[in-house]
Write a protein that binds this ligand. Structure first.
Ligand code: 16G
Ligand code: MG
Length: 551
């Protein structure tokens, strides 16, 4: 008889983690995410789901990260990581949603039974799960609920403690490739720090010393990782962590962090006075998978260097190295962006290399980037990385350079494959990458910034009765429904010099987002608000409560 679900254990433990009756959960672009206080049952169930996913994949290790990234401190969340360190396969997102919403223990067990049958899971296989959490106060009790889930399904758990999302992704890949040809690194935090810092030191050896870098850690888990990384970097670069108060209540992501900088286009107030004209600094988000750079010019004016600027800097550098190494016929470097990419960045990049636009969300970018030999992907919000295809890694490992210049470029490329965390966007890996390029180019923040001039832009949220009536096409750049709305937007956009605007439902908040850009700031603002007005009216918004700025 085939192995059975341990129904008794699941049932007993499930009763300790009942689902609140009034909540509907959804496994969205960033996993399950909502108030930490209502996630207990979800975490318990995710423990079981992770165990089943591992069994389905022949006992490979699955990752689970407990975090709500840049959200406010009371929120929390959880996401699953597949064996290569990538996001959970889409079909299982639906399974996870379904299981999280089963009303009772009995319904939950029935849903598990169905999943085991439909997905043909062999329950006799082993199951292994590695998990970690960020610094949120709700973390420890949610992890305890999750561990009950592991116990219920009989999965072997490895607790990676408090660490960043990208380190957890690294661990998953390192564990699953251990002792294999494509071994990703030693499967420990130390392995991660050693791998990245070693590559960085080689890449910047002999270059002009880099100035110390102020890092706003969003009062999150990145602070601990930055401090640890500092110890491994020797004197190659000095990192100065700011906003490193991980235990101060309410401090996480509050008036600091990458999302604050990107959405307000301002310096975190806690840094004011400490960064000097000409100096650059950067912000991580609450789980250290996003990165925003910025600097003050000689007039003390703030300038932001976002994901698009990082992408342009990095892609240009890699294209040059590939060319110098004599590999430009075999290795095609491409860039993946979303509709939020600044129009100037797209223009700058498209003049130099292939550029693809995909819908918002890391998994879309990641998959599109895999189609290039070297795929550079960044969202404007600062999440991104660079992927080297297996064939490219092979080419880099075996290529015989014929000149000293080729040999140097080849070595740099090899070290880049080690420096870059290819599983997912990683703020710490990305900032070392940025510093590498700046060291090679001897660029200041201002010189980097001058690669192209950002078009002024504006992002507006519209609260609507039902955001699910909004459907998009063409990588979210056009609406297909509500019918007729896109034509109105088109007519409006035409009236603005350099105008571009698009509307999409958020995947993480109950709002519709409107983006607009134009040649001058006041026009970008006006266009965004006018389009927001169209959206508001279209969905039956009450004229008396129409926000005033929607003209
Ligand atoms: C999530 C996504 C991020 C995306 C954002 C958009 C992952 C890991 N994260 O944070 O890539 O930019 O959602 O949010 O995929 P929105 O749909 O609310 O605009
Ligand atoms: Mg994040």
């Amino acid at each position: 008889m085939p192995a059975q679900l341990p129904v008794e254990a699941i049932s007993t433990l499930s009763e300790l983690h009942p689902k609140p009756s009034h909540i509907r959960y959804q496994y969205g672009t960033a996993g399950f995410r909502t108030l930490g206080s209502v996630l207990d049952s979800v975490l318990f169930r995710v423990g079981i789901i992770a165990g089943l996913r591992s069994k389905k994949l022949d006992g490979k290790t699955i990752g689970v990260m407990v975090t709500a990234s840049h959200n406010p401190e009371p929120d929390n969340g959880v996401k699953l990581v597949d064996p290569r360190g990538e996001m959970l396969e889409a079909a299982w997102e639906a399974h996870a949603t379904n299981l999280a919403n089963a009303a009772t223990t009995e319904d939950f067990i029935n849903a598990l039974d169905t999943l085991v049958r439909v997905a043909k899971i062999d329950l006799s296989k082993p199951s292994r799960v590695v998990y970690a959490r960020d610094t949120r106060p709700s973390g420890p009790s949610l992890v305890a609920a999750f561990e009950d889930g592991l116990k219920a399904i009989g999965a072997e758990g490895r607790n990676a403690g408090v660490t960043t999302t990208p380190i957890l992704h690294y661990l998953v890949r390192a564990i699953n490739t251990k002792g294999k040809k494509d071994e990703y690194g030693v499967d420990s935090e130390e392995g991660y720090f050693t791998k990245l810092s070693g590559a960085f030191q080689k890449l910047v050896a002999g270059k002009t010393a880099l100035p110390p870098l102020i890092i706003d850690c969003a009062n999150g888990v990145g602070a601990e990782a930055v401090q640890k990384m500092s110890g491994y970097l020797g004197d190659s670069i000095k990192l100065i962590p700011y906003n490193a108060s991980t235990t101060t209540p309410g401090a996480l992501n509050n008036a600091c962090g990458a999302d604050f900088v990107k959405t307000t286009q301002k310096l975190p107030p806690s840094l004011a006075g400490d960064i000097k004209p000409g100096q650059r600094a950067c912000s991580l988000d609450g789980d250290a998978d996003r990165l925003m750079y910025y600097y003050l010019d000689d007039q003390n004016q703030f300038h932001m260097l976002d994901g698009d600027k990082i992408s342009s800097l990095v892609a240009g550098f890699i294209v040059d190295l590939v060319k110098i190494a004599g590999l430009d016929r075999t290795i095609r470097v491409g860039v993946v962006q979303t509709a939020y990419a600044n129009g100037s960045s797209t223009k700058y990049l498209a003049e130099r290399l292939p550029v693809r636009c995909v819908p918002t969300g890391v998994k879309h970018l990641h998959h599109a980037a895999e189609h290039f030999e070297v795929g550079v992907y960044f969202e404007a919000n600062g999440h991104g990385t660079v992927l080297f295809s297996p064939e490219t890694l092979q080419t880099l490992a075996t290529h015989e350079p014929s000149t000293p210049a080729q040999s140097t470029a080849l070595n740099h490329l090899r070290n880049l494959t080690l420096l870059i965390n290819q599983t997912v966007g990683d703020a710490i890996s990305d900032l070392l990458l940025v510093e590498t390029v700046l060291a090679h180019k001897s660029y200041s923040g201002a010189e980097w910034d001058s690669l192209y001039v950002d078009l002024p832009n504006r992002l507006v949220k519209v609260v609507v009765a039902d955001r699910h009536v909004f459907h998009t096409e063409d990588a979210e750049r056009r609406l297909v429904s509500p019918k007729g709305l896109q034509a109105k937007i088109d007519a409006l956009v035409k009236r603005y010099d350099g105008g571009r605007s698009f509307v999409r439902p958020s995947g993480t908040e109950d709002v519709v987002r409107v983006y607009a850009e134009a040649m001058i700031k006041s026009q970008a603002d006006e266009l965004a608000f006018r389009v927001a007005g169209l959206v508001y009216d279209e969905t039956g918004g009450d004229p008396n409560t129409r926000p005033r700025e929607f003209l």
